[in-house]
Design a protein around this ligand. Sequence first.
Ligand SMILES: C[S@@+](CC[C@H](N)C(=O)[O-])C[C@H]1O[C@@H](n2cnc3c(N)ncnc32)[C@H](O)[C@@H]1O
Length: 223
Amino acid sequence: MNKPDKRQGAAMDYAARWWDITNYLGLGRRLRVKTIALAGIGEGDRVLDVGCGTGTLALLEKQTVGPRGYVAGIDLAPKMIARALAKARHAGAEVDFRMASIASLPFPDRSFTVVSSSLMVHHLPTEIKQQGFAEVWRVLRPAGRFLIFDISPAGNFLDAWLRFFLSLPFPSRTEAEYTRDNMAGRIPILLQEAGFEEVHYLEWQRFLGGKIPLAFLVARKPE
Ligand SMILES: C[S@@+](CC[C@H](N)C(=O)[O-])C[C@H]1O[C@@H](n2cnc3c(N)ncnc32)[C@H](O)[C@@H]1O
């Protein structure tokens, strides 16, 4: 298996063994079902999940699109992809999991109706976000949707706390540095620069009734 190129983002091989535990810590089925609903994924769709991790969302997307649909998942971390492939085999599901970076997607132009991304964008250096969004634009069909669930400013005191945390002197080229784009509200701007239209936040995650800095963002490729 190839070694991931660290310049492409934070390949999370180190987390592959325990990542599925996060299914019980807030990244469970309810959140995945909501992601699929907000992305508007339906029967027969062609869906790509970028930064798919161990494949939990992609496997649920496959159940949603059914046998007429097609789902692929890519991740920079080979150990994440190995786990996703094992889960697909175990479930008898046909999902096309591959090791790849969002900055160089191994699919032809206009292959997908929807691209999803869950908690991956904040792992990317700014230039990889730019290249990655251009790649997502390329592989989407006209009017295709890009649904992102990621760290986003919530407009409350939690933002100030998170910004303070991110301003601490972390080593450069780490997730902390990359997450500053998210908290500065630059993700919608980068999406528009890549050619997307109708870029807007759909809703924020809540905890104890209050918004937390995690939101769903949608962008559309023009017709
Ligand atoms: C926090 S995990 C989220 C995994 C999964 N989407 C989920 O919600 O469970 C972020 C994933 O993005 C992957 N990643 C980081 N940089 C990437 C890149 N340039 N291209 C593709 N995947 C990348 C990491 O290896 C990791 O598996």
